[in-house]
Ligand binder design. Structure first.
Ligand code: APR
Length: 240
């Protein structure tokens, strides 16, 4: 922790890659954890264009549940600590795989949503968008143009938003320190962002080991909402 804080204190550019574990202490399930979404549901049915084409109502029922859960959730101490870490660092980019908007609600500034978000739906026909304040009703799925409204998220087999991906690649390549928080690093290309530059000091914050652990200079086996506030404290104590 001392070494990581020292690196952050001297860093010009910091890149943060986050996953579902970042929001676990906000009461939101992860995907592959014990009570994770993929333990209860089939990926191909709920998070693929094919699944949506087959049964859009079931897909929307699941996303509506998630939208309501995200609205009830609050950013946790980990999200808030990242906004504090932003202060002393000249440049910090948060590239998140999460679609829960909790980094933005915590006040973080420079966020890249690699897998999209759930603030609006987009028509597959004419690209019209509608806000998703309270989800989408079943009778709103079919659009007058003949298309269907789908969530603005990236499904398996789909490309990430190009401009977001480019910015993430550039930010990761510029970074002096890379923080990998709450991701199992099983989904690509997002996981590859942590391995973009050999110069960076890479630190993982995750109670469990992941596919990236062996590439990290530092691993902190603690929950994000415990480790990140402790990191901010350590950083502040080094400035005194
Ligand atoms: N703090 C930090 N890490 C945690 C915590 C916590 N409190 N709780 C769990 N974790 C870790 C787990 O150990 C695991 O390594 O978070 C990770 C969550 O992994 P996944 O469930 O696989 O989620 P993620 O890596 O974000 O999934 C990537 O897969 O299903 C798709 O699109 C979906 O964006 C998602 C992508």
């Amino acid at each position: 922790m001392q070494e990581l804080a020292r690196r952050l204190r001297t860093a010009h550019s910091v890149f943060v890659l986050t996953g579902a574990g970042m929001s676990a202490e906000s009461g939101l399930p992860t995907f592959r954890g014990v009570d994770g979404y993929w333990q209860k549901h089939r990926v191909e049915e709920l998070a693929s264009p094919q699944g949506f084409a087959r049964d859009p109502k079931t897909v929307w029922r699941w996303y509506n549940e998630r939208i309501h859960a995200y609205k009830r959730a609050e950013p946790n101490a980990g999200h808030r600590a990242l906004t504090e870490l932003e202060e002393p660092v000249p440049e910090m980019t948060i590239a998140t795989q999460n679609v829960d908007s909790l980094h933005a609600r915590a006040g973080s500034k420079n966020i890249l949503e690699l897998h999209g978000h759930l603030r609006e739906a987009r028509c597959t026909g004419c690209a019209a968008t509608v806000p998703l304040d309270n989800g989408l009703d079943e009778n709103q799925i079919e659009h007058e143009c003949g298309g269907r409204f789908r969530p603005q998220v990236v499904w398996f087999g789909e490309a990430l938003p190009r401009h977001v991906w480019r910015k993430a690649e550039d930010a990761a390549a510029r970074a002096d320190v890379i923080l990998v928080i709450g991701t199992s690093a099983q989904v690509y290309p997002a996981a590859a962002l942590a391995l973009q530059n050999d110069r960076a000091y890479i630190a993982e914050i995750n109670p469990d080991a992941t596919g990236l652990s062996a590439h990290c200079h530092c691993v902190i086996r603690e929950p994000a909402a415990v480790a990140l506030p402790a990191l901010v404290k350590t950083l502040q104590s080094q400035y005194r």
